[in-house]
Design a protein around this ligand. Structure first.
Ligand code: GKR
Ligand code: MG
Length: 432
């Protein structure tokens, strides 16, 4: 095969960063003042650079470095080489646990899944560079877009006005700790971004309080799709009670209970669709969950499913088995939002607005922030992802990571909560 200088990787740069994050509450605790992310840049022999983004917690950095060191000489088009290469050169990360992961509430954290979460950032960077070399947008490399805009959902959180002890950066959102606060937050999301669907991160307060908040949202925004996600904090009985009380206003109930078995029990007792980003987060978990009809919607997430192409494979499997597809989010920056939008543009059976934390992030590492209009993002037709790194911003967030004393190198919502409640430990589930 002829040597393509414009596709041959000569350099890979990894930049861990800490990005400002508001005090968003969930069932494990609260977001830390800063969240780790990893920015990946691959450069080819002719100077074409592609960018990617993934989790920046410590367990991802060593395998990312090992994969980065092995890439020079590879071609950005050789995407199917990334997983085998990672398997060869990356020391198997220690298995964290197959329990619910504390770092992001995204299901099991097996060694394979950690590697896929690393590979995904490199795949996006290679697709960005490949698109620039060929003069094609990433969606074209994935087979072409089926929509010109992608709908996103307002990701509502119970939250404090600011972090304890004055940590972190301040914003002007104020606290949201009751139905009135949640509705006020939603109204601002509509005003500033035009969102037309809403997700409430639950599992924070007793279910009746969260039922009241969803009822208040339904009254304030009649007919708009609503979703509630307590991250598995409820028993089967509680889940069925909530499904019964909110079945008339929810488009789906996300991870009401933990484990596939409990989700299957809930699914058997309600017609309300159940969604997950906790019991189906790997291809290995699909057969059991689909056979038990435990979930009716799988939330994709290219970060831990291993990239944009794997996301399309997941969507094809869901289509085959009549299971819906939505899209999950953990705290992220604009490179990931661009990647999410490109892949979402190419998935025909994506019939739900995607999650995104992006409106909560006041910082970014790209020169032009994404702008939601009518709750949607326009799909870029520029070559690659259609984003450009802001090196000054990247260096500033990297400097914050360098200056950190190690206390923020891993997402740990329980540790953050202990700043306010010293004895706090993440509650075991079911909590209610
Ligand atoms: O940001 O606290 C949070 C959310 O809980 C985040 O971790 C994810 O969005 O994985 C979470 C989810 O949606 O379940
Ligand atoms: Mg979720």
């Amino acid at each position: 095969m002829t040597h393509r200088r414009d596709l041959t990787i000569t350099d890979v740069r990894l930049t861990p960063v800490l990005i400002s994050d508001p005090p968003l509450l969930n069932t494990q605790g609260v977001h830390q003042p800063f969240t780790p992310r990893l920015i990946i840049e691959v450069t080819t022999e002719t100077g074409i650079t592609g960018v990617g983004e993934t989790y920046g917690d410590a367990r991802y950095l060593e395998p990312a470095r090992q994969l980065a060191d092995a890439l020079p000489g590879c071609e950005v088009s050789d995407l199917n080489n990334l997983v085998p290469l990672a398997g060869l050169v990356c020391a198997p990360p220690q298995e964290t646990s197959d329990a619910v992961d504390a770092g992001g509430l995204r299901g099991v954290q097996t060694a394979d899944k950690v590697l896929l979460s690393v590979v995904s950032g490199f795949e996006v960077a290679c697709l960005d560079a490949l698109g620039k070399a060929l003069g094609l947008p990433v969606h074209a490399l994935l087979g072409g877009k089926v929509r010109d805009t992608v709908d996103y959902s307002a990701y509502l959180f119970y939250r404090w006005a600011e972090h304890p002890d004055g940590q972190g950066l301040k914003d002007d959102w104020g606290a949201a700790l009751d139905p009135e606060g949640v509705v006020a937050q939603a109204r601002r999301f509509v005003r500033e971004y035009g969102f037309t669907s809403f997700k409430l991160k639950g599992g924070v307060f007793p279910p009746d309080e969260e039922i009241a908040a969803v009822r208040a949202l339904a009254a304030a925004f009649p007919g708009m799709p609503l979703r509630l996600d307590p991250n598995g904090a409820w028993s089967v009985e509680t889940s069925l009670r909530v499904a019964d009380e909110l079945g008339d206003v929810l488009e789906y109930l996300e991870d009401p209970a933990s484990t596939t078995a409990r989700m299957a029990e809930v699914a058997a007792g309600t017609d309300l669709p159940l969604a997950t980003n906790m019991c189906v987060t790997t291809f290995e978990e699909i057969p059991e969950a689909f056979a038990q009809e435990a979930v009716q919607v799988v939330l994709s997430d290219h970060h831990y499913w291993g990239g944009l192409r794997n996301t399309r494979e997941l969507a094809a499997l869901c289509r085959t088995f009549g299971v819906g597809v939505s899209m999950h989010s953990n705290t992220h920056l604009g490179i990931s939002l661009a990647a999410m939008t490109h892949v979402a543009a190419t998935v025909p059976n994506l019939h739900h607005a995607c999650d995104s934390h992006y409106p909560w992030q006041t910082e970014d590492v790209i020169t032009r922030r994404h702008e939601f209009r009518g709750g949607r993002l326009a799909v870029s037709d520029a070559p690659g992802l259609g984003v450009e790194l802001d090196r000054t911003a990247l260096e500033a967030l990297h400097r914050r990571w360098l200056d950190d004393d190690g206390g923020l190198r891993d997402r740990d919502d329980a540790k953050a909560m202990r700043r306010a409640e010293p004895g706090w430990v993440s509650p075991s589930v079911p909590r209610w």
